[in-house]
Design a protein around this ligand. Sequence first.
Ligand SMILES: C[S@@+](CC[C@H](N)C(=O)[O-])C[C@H]1O[C@@H](n2cnc3c(N)ncnc32)[C@H](O)[C@@H]1O
Length: 279
Amino acid sequence: MKRPIDTLICVNKANKDLAEAYAKILNITFCETELGDELSNKAFAKSLSNITSKDCIMLMDEAGLHLQMLHPSVFKIQVNFLSSQMEYRRIKGGGRNQLIAKAVGLKSNVSPVVLDGTAGLGKDAFVLASLGCHVYMAERNPWVRLLLEDGLRRASIIAENNPDLKSILERLKLLGSDAIELFKSQHMESVGIIYLDPMFPHPEKRALVKKDMQMLQFLVGEDEDAEDLLNSALSTKVERIVVKRPRTDQAIASKQVSYVLEGKRNRYDIYLQSGESRI
Ligand SMILES: C[S@@+](CC[C@H](N)C(=O)[O-])C[C@H]1O[C@@H](n2cnc3c(N)ncnc32)[C@H](O)[C@@H]1O
């Protein structure tokens, strides 16, 4: 695996121990520094040029762990389940009428167990858990995975005083690293749906892509083994496998898709195995 990041920089004393532990997990250099309040994005990126020559660092500040892009543009992302976008989607996103809910076949009063084999930044998994599903997550990219872990850690602190969030987080578990390994584990006994959203094969132009997807493209690239992943999912006994794809792209597997749900930009290919009925 390529190593696009070699340094974790901590600019917040309160989070120093955690930042050091994270740097150890990733086996990258830990560095503590102070940030001038007045520092512009560009000046910040320049001030790090004697610490790393990479285009990206991990940054720990008072708001937790971020991926900080330094070149060609300066921006940072983190997993934030409480961001205004996530809140808006949770409250006004259409609930069980939204396409992802239909794709996994949610019915009233049933809370299926979903295995999200491509958790990424955890957005889809969080939406599914908000809709009542129990969601197991797998994420194999170590940088993305740590970001997700930190997002879950921060959310669980806030959840101590937020019962709604607490119950969502209780349904959301980051388990393994590689999904294919997870397909062989005892967790599969309870899984009713496998959800897959591998990186899209033809990345869109940077200007058109949201910052978090730009970052995933930088860190993960294309998931060239997506077909193996789907074939492994299809070889399990799980009855419903859902794959998110760009709307106009071909299906991944040679196996016939049972049916398709199309949205504006994406679509869901649904594979039903052994008698599951279409909803
Ligand atoms: C497009 S992103 C998923 C985005 C996610 N649905 C979200 O809402 O944030 C795809 C992710 O799947 C991960 N991935 C691909 N194949 C995997 C596998 N076999 N096991 C675990 N993770 C995998 C990649 O590392 C990448 O982070």
